[in-house]
Design a protein around this ligand. Structure first.
Ligand SMILES: NC(=O)c1ccc[n+]([C@@H]2O[C@H](COP(=O)([O-])OP(=O)(O)OC[C@H]3O[C@@H](n4cnc5c(N)ncnc54)[C@H](OP(=O)(O)O)[C@@H]3O)[C@@H](O)[C@H]2O)c1
Length: 224
C-alpha cells in the first residue's frame, strides 16, 4: 500500500471554504477499524452545498468532503470485513464530521460499510449513489408497512429529482402502479414515463385544499 494518497481537502479560511488537492498519509485520517481504497464517489446535492459553502455541511476543518464512496478494503480490524472485500458507504456523517470519499483512501467504522454484491461494480454503486440508496430505503419502508403491487397507486413527489426518479424506477420494476408528481410535469413527462411512471401529474394539484378523509387515493407515497 503506498504511503501517501491524494485527497481533496476543505479548509476554512477568512474568504470562506477553500479546497485543495493534497498528498496525505494515513496519519491524516481519523481512527477507524477499516481502511478502504476508494474507487468511486458521487457529487451529492449535500456535497454541492458543502463545497460551495452555501450550507454549513462541513462541521470540522480541515476535512475531506464526499458523503459516500465505494471501494475495496485494504486493511481491517473489524471481524465483518477482510482485505479485498468490495464495499459501499452512504452517509453516517462521512464528508461532514468524518473524512469522506474525495480521496484515494478512507478510514471508517466497519459498521458503516455495506458489502457490495458481485453483480454491482463500485462505479455502478456510485452511479446509483446516496440518492438511489435513499430511494431504496423508501421502497423498503413501504414494503414493511405491507404495501404490495396490488395495494393501489403509489405517489412519488419531486419526481424529476434524484430520490424521486430512482423511486419511480424501483417501484415500477417491482410491479407497482406509480403516479409521478412534478412541477415540471410537461417538460419531464416523457422522462418520468420512461422510468416507469404510469401517470404524470402536476405538483400544483397538491397546492389546493386536501381531499375529504375516507377517499384515500394513494396506497403509499414517496414524498421527496
Ligand atoms: N439525495 C440524497 O442522497 C438524499 C438522502 C437523504 C435524504 N434526501 C432528501 O430527499 C429529498 C429529495 O432529495 P433529492 O436528492 O431527490 O433532491 P433533488 O434531486 O433536488 O430533487 C428534489 C425535487 O423536489 C422538487 N422540488 C424542489 N423544490 C421544490 C419546491 N420548492 N416545491 C415543490 N417541489 C420541489 C423538484 O422536483 P420536480 O421538479 O419534479 O417537482 C426536485 O427535483 C430532500 O429533502 C433531501 O434532503 C436526499
Amino acid at each position: 500500500m503506498p504511503a501517501t494518497f491524494r485527497a481533496l481537502r476543505a479548509h476554512k479560511t477568512d474568504a470562506g471554504i477553500e479546497t485543495r488537492l493534497e498528498s496525505l498519509t494515513d496519519a491524516d485520517l481519523m481512527e477507524g477499524d477499516v481502511t478502504v481504497r476508494v474507487e468511486a464517489s458521487t457529487i451529492n446535492f449535500k456535497d454541492g452545498l458543502a463545497l460551495t459553502g452555501r450550507s454549513p455541511i462541513l462541521r470540522t476543518f480541515p476535512i475531506i468532503p464526499g458523503i459516500d464512496f465505494a471501494g475495496v478494503v485494504e486493511t481491517s480490524a473489524n471481524p465483518g470485513f477482510a482485505a479485498g472485500d468490495r464495499v459501499v458507504l452512504n452517509g453516517w456523517g462521512v464528508g461532514e464530521t468524518w473524512h469522506g470519499g474525495y480521496a484515494q483512501r478512507a478510514r471508517v467504522k466497519g459498521e458503516w460499510l455495506v458489502r457490495l454484491p458481485d453483480s454491482l461494480s463500485t462505479t455502478r454503486a456510485m452511479a446509483i449513489g446516496t440518492a438511489g440508496y435513499t430511494a431504496m430505503l423508501c421502497v423498503m419502508t413501504l414494503e414493511r408497512q405491507g404495501v404490495t403491487p396490488g395495494s393501489g397507486d403509489i405517489l412519488v413527489t419531486g419526481a424529476a429529482g434524484g430520490v424521486g426518479s430512482i423511486s419511480i424506477a424501483l417501484l415500477s420494476a417491482l410491479g407497482h402502479r406509480v403516479v409521478a408528481s412534478s412541477r415540471r410535469a410537461e417538460a419531464e413527462g416523457d422522462y418520468l414515463r420512461s422510468l416507469g411512471a404510469a401517470e404524470v401529474i402536476d405538483a400544483a394539484e397538491f397546492s389546493g385544499p386536501a381531499r375529504p378523509i375516507g377517499k384515500e387515493r394513494w396506497a403509499g407515497v414517496v414524498d421527496s
